[in-house]
Design a protein around this ligand. Structure first.
Ligand SMILES: [Zn+2]
Length: 173
C-alpha cells in the first residue's frame, strides 16, 4: 500500500479516537458534538496533530480536554500525538451538531439558539439576552429566566412555568 493511503488511515483512526473524548463540563457532549475538534493531521515527522478550538473563553475545561485527548490518543497507539489550539475562527455554539443538541435536551439542558452575529468589535452586554427557550423536559415555551449565570458561566438558569421544573440553558455565543 502506498504511504499516502496509510497516512490517510492513521489520520482517520486518530480522528475517530479524538472524536469520542467528551467535554468535562458537558459530559454528554463529545468534542465532535461540540464542534471543538477542528482538524486532525500529520506533522512532517508523521506525528498526529489534533487542533481544537476553545469554547467559552477562560473555560478551565480546556486543559482537561487537552489532557484527555493526549491520554486517549496515546492509549490508542499515537505516542507522538500533539494538541494544537486554534483560536481563529472563534468557536460558536452554532457549531454544536444536531446530535449534540439532542444529547443536551436529553440531559435536561436547553440547547442554545442561533448565536448572535459577530461583526466588528463585540459589544459586551451585561443585560440578559432575550432568547426563545423551550423547557427541555416538557417542551413548553412559557419559561422564566431565574439567573443569567447558572451552575457554570456558560449556562443560564430558567424555570418552566408549565411543569415548574428548573433547568439550565446553554448560552449562545
Ligand atoms: Zn416544563
Amino acid at each position: 500500500m502506498v504511504p499516502a493511503v496509510l497516512d490517510q488511515r492513521r489520520v482517520e483512526r486518530a480522528r475517530a479516537v479524538a472524536a469520542t473524548v467528551t467535554d468535562p463540563e458537558l459530559p454528554m457532549l463529545t468534542l465532535h458534538d461540540l464542534g471543538v475538534l477542528r482538524e486532525v493531521a500529520l506533522d512532517e515527522d508523521g506525528g498526529v496533530v489534533v487542533a481544537i478550538t476553545p469554547t467559552y473563553s477562560g473555560c478551565p475545561a480546556m486543559a482537561t480536554m487537552r489532557d484527555d485527548l493526549l491520554h486517549r490518543l496515546q492509549a490508542a497507539g499515537f505516542a507522538e500525538a500533539r494538541v494544537r489550539v486554534a483560536l481563529e475562527p472563534a468557536w460558536t455554539t452554532d457549531w454544536i451538531t444536531p446530535e449534540g443538541r439532542a444529547a443536551l435536551a436529553e440531559a435536561g439542558i436547553s440547547p442554545p439558539g442561533p448565536a448572535p452575529r459577530r461583526e466588528g468589535p463585540v459589544a459586551l452586554s451585561l443585560s440578559p439576552t432575550r432568547r426563545a427557550v423551550r423547557c427541555p423536559r416538557c417542551g413548553a415555551d412559557d419559561v422564566a429566566l431565574t439567573s443569567e449565570f447558572g451552575s457554570t458561566a456558560c449556562k443560564a438558569m430558567y424555570r418552566c412555568r408549565d411543569c415548574l421544573e428548573p433547568f439550565d440553558h446553554l448560552k449562545e455565543i
